[in-house]
Design a protein around this ligand. Sequence first.
Ligand code: 5GP
Ligand code: ZN
Length: 118
Amino acid sequence: MSDYNDQKYYDENCIFCKIIKGDIPSSKVYEDDYVIAFNDIAPKAKVHLLVVPKPHVKDIMATDDFLMANVLEAIKSISKKLDIADKGFRVINNCGASAGQTVFHVHFHIMSGNLTDF
Ligand code: 5GP
Ligand code: ZN
């Protein structure tokens, strides 16, 4: 397991790092030692939140098993907490600009309800 307190895991120009630090407000839904989740500022479904590992890693290719295990556990907890586990939900990750990634701090969209096709 990496030392996620290392400075290389924080990017002062990253909007999600600022949200994690509390310097930018967010509508927080979940938080543990390694993961935070907050509502997307521009929701594209009735429920649309972002699950974000706290260390600054730019995309899914830069993650490790430990972070991904924590993300997965967080997704399960959040889906129960928000009562969408039975209703069904999507988990989406955009990796790379050409795939639609606009914030280069890895994150996973959870979307449920009123989903449009794509
Ligand atoms: P991506 O396109 O990188 O997969 O997703 C980035 C998401 O972050 C978008 O859905 C966008 O609406 C959301 N987003 C960008 N800036 C902010 C912000 O400052 N606060 C919140 N809550 N969401 C943001
Ligand atoms: Zn970041």
